[in-house]
Write a protein of this length. Structure first.
Ligand code: M6R
Length: 612
């Protein structure tokens, strides 16, 4: 949430900042701002409510702002409504310090009281402005920016990534981080800070990731990093292998559609390097066969769509491993006094690797002695760095707020790991192992075939986009998949929707079914197909309009009952959600398109949720 960028070099800073903010706009988009410093004009600040376009127009693409040092911010509001004043950068009272912030300062009220008593005047309602003012206060005490930042950080509680510039420092950006992502970008005669590597990919692929408590002083020809005691820290510079094109729309009208279409290739990249001679090889994993055998309990912890991957995996892993697998929302896990000890494996799943709830849950699990394994997309992200083991999904940058290819790659990777553990434990027979593995390798091809003909889904979206409440029902894996289909739809089309286990409907929710209610009936899981169909008949009998999703071999049977049917290719039953989810993503996409929604940047949301 909230995107931060900073630049120091020889080029005009404002256009570089605006370009970086555009690439990070999915992190928050209710307002944006930049601050640039020049010899002649000092600190100049421009902010605008709304999308980045407003700031772009206000500054004429940055041409109005002079200077080669600056910071920028795109906001997802926490404290204070989205308006020009609450937008970042925030300026200290004397106009000499500008600051951008991502995170939440928990003790801001107490600090604000203190500063008010010193006679400081505030202009915004934000917690972030308090830090800008506190910084001026300490700078006035010590006249050294690094020292002032250190003093400030010792007083604040909460999470933060800061970008700071000061009129007295014509060639330096200061950055600091705790529990919010921030990286340093190394250029040639110019350097960067950013919350997200996509913001600076165009300029450099050499980055280092800031750790909690660190402060960086960034000039055009040096980056010096210090710990919280202001002792120098050596950073490892990494080479990022994502290319710029993968973070651009490439001719598609929306990132979401592009990312849906990229799924076959993304799955290929996740799977292929991990299969050799018909066996799964997880070189990155440090867990031995004995470690795996010693786990008495497995938790899967995540949020949103990543949690839905966990739901599917719980069914599959329990089936394969014959071990209890508990899937929990990260925000709940953290505060439920979880039963984690040295014999517990805790798997955390996160696309961004920065979701605060997931990160905090992982830390809690570690604190209790659990062994952590992270399934993450963003290389070098906080969760990836802190987990005991990490397996990357290698889906490439995902820009649309609604996740698609990250979900699919997480799912297939979890299937792969589940199968691998099952083999280690001896709980899967050779025939099943070979059959599932062969089908995993065929998934990209089968998905591609489906994606080549999306007309039926488009047509059905145009038929149903006017419904104001939609139910997704299914059993077992179909239920888990329905949760994702329902989230996708509500997230981008704003249609109320619920996912229900079909068998549970008649225990209450069926009272909501009336003449014409749209029910998306999921019948792709062959072992429970007949049971699922009985529930379809029940909702039909109460007037529901039924859109069924099934597999090609069952389509004829389904179409006798359903009003409309979508069929996906057949695969091994435990892998069926990997194919079934694709029409659900497309349905959500085309419904949202019909309704004129802002698909890549749905209201109230942000891509990476770094607040609790
Ligand atoms: O980056 P993460 O996977 O940790 O994100 C978790 C959720 O915030 C995320 O999946 C969210 O639900 C998506 N916007 C759903 O499309």
């Amino acid at each position: 949430m909230c995107g931060i960028i900073g630049y120091v070099g020889r080029e005009p800073a404002a256009p570089i900042l605006l370009d970086g903010l555009e690439r990070m706009e999915y992190r928050g988009y209710d307002s944006a701002g930049i601050a640039v410093r020049s010899e002649t004009r000092g600190l100049q600040v421009k902010k605008a409510k709304g999308r980045l376009k407003a700031l772009y127009d206000l500054t004429h693409g940055g041409a109005d702002m002079e200077g080669t040092l600056g910071i920028g911010h795109t906001r997802w509001a926490t404290h204070g409504e989205p308006n020009d004043i609450n937008a970042h950068p925030h300026i200290s009272e004397n106009g000499q310090i500008a600051l951008v912030h991502n995170g939440i300062i928990e003790n801001y009220l107490e600090l604000k009281e203190h500063l008010l008593r010193q006679g400081v005047t505030f202009t915004s309602d934000t917690d972030s402005e308090v830090v800008a003012q506190l910084l001026e206060f300490h700078y006035n005490e010590c006249h050294n920016m690094l020292e002032a930042v250190g003093r400030c950080l010792r007083r604040i509680e909460g999470s933060y990534a800061f970008g700071i510039i000061c009129a007295d420092y014509p060639n330096a950006l200061i950055a600091a981080r705790k529990d919010a992502p921030l990286l340093l970008g190394y250029g040639d005669g110019e350097n960067y800070i950013a919350s997200d590597v996509t913001a600076i990919l165009k300029h450099t692929r050499k980055v280092s990731y800031m750790d909690d408590g660190e402060i960086a002083v960034v000039t055009n020809d040096s980056i010096d990093v210090f710990d919280s005691e202001l002792e120098p820290v050596e950073k490892t510079i990494c080479q990022v292998d994502w290319d710029v094109a993968s973070a651009e729309k490439g001719g598609y009208p929306h990132f979401m559609l592009k990312e849906i279409m990229e799924q076959p290739e993304a799955i290929r990249k996740t799977v292929s390097p991990r299969i050799r001679d018909g066996r799964i090889v997880l070189d990155e994993l440090h867990l031995t066969r004995e470690d795996v055998a010693a786990f008495a309990r497995i938790f899967i912890i995540a949020c949103g769509s990543s949690y839905h991957v966990g739901m599917v995996s719980k069914y599959n892993w329990e089936r394969l491993l014959r071990r209890p697998v508990e899937v929990m929302l990260a925000s709940e896990f953290r505060y439920c006094d979880p039963l984690v000890d040295e014999r517990t494996l805790v798997i955390v799943i996160s696309q961004s690797g920065e979701t605060l709830d997931t990160m905090a849950a992982m830390r809690e699990a570690k604190r209790r002695g659990g062994r952590t394994l992270a399934i993450v997309n963003v290389v070098g992200s906080s969760i990836a760095r802190e987990a005991d083991d990490v397996l990357y999904t290698w889906a490439g940058p995902e820009i649309a707020v609604a996740t698609t290819k990250a979900y699919s790659t997480q799912l297939v990777l979890m299937d792969l790991v589940g199968l691998y553990f099952a083999e280690e434990l001896g709980t899967v027979d050779e025939e099943t192992y070979a059959a599932v593995l062969a089908e995993i390798q065929l998934l990209p091809e089968k998905m591609q075939v489906f994606l080549e003909h999306t007309e039926d889904v488009q047509y059905l979206a145009s038929r149903y986009f006017n419904h104001d409440s939609i139910f997704f029902i299914g059993r077992n894996l179909d239920y888990a998949m329905g949760m994702e289909g329902s989230l996708k739809l509500k997230e981008i089309s704003y249609i109320h929707s619920e996912a229900y286990a079909s068998g549970e409907l008649k225990h209450g929710t069926i009272s909501l079914i009336e003449q014409g209610t749209l029910v998306v009936a999921l019948g792709t899981y062959a072992p429970l197909f007949d049971k699922a169909m009985s529930n379809v008949v029940e909702v039909k009998a109460r007037g529901a309009e039924v859109l069924a999703l099934t597999t090609e071999d069952l389509a004829e049977k389904v179409s006798k009952t359903a009003d409309a049917t979508i069929a996906v290719p057949v695969t091994h039953p435990i892998l069926q959600p990997s194919l079934g989810v694709v029409p659900l993503q497309l349905f959500a996409y085309y419904v949202a398109l019909q309704r004129g929604c802002d698909i890549d940047k749905p209201r109230n949301l942000a891509k990476s949720v770094t607040v609790e």
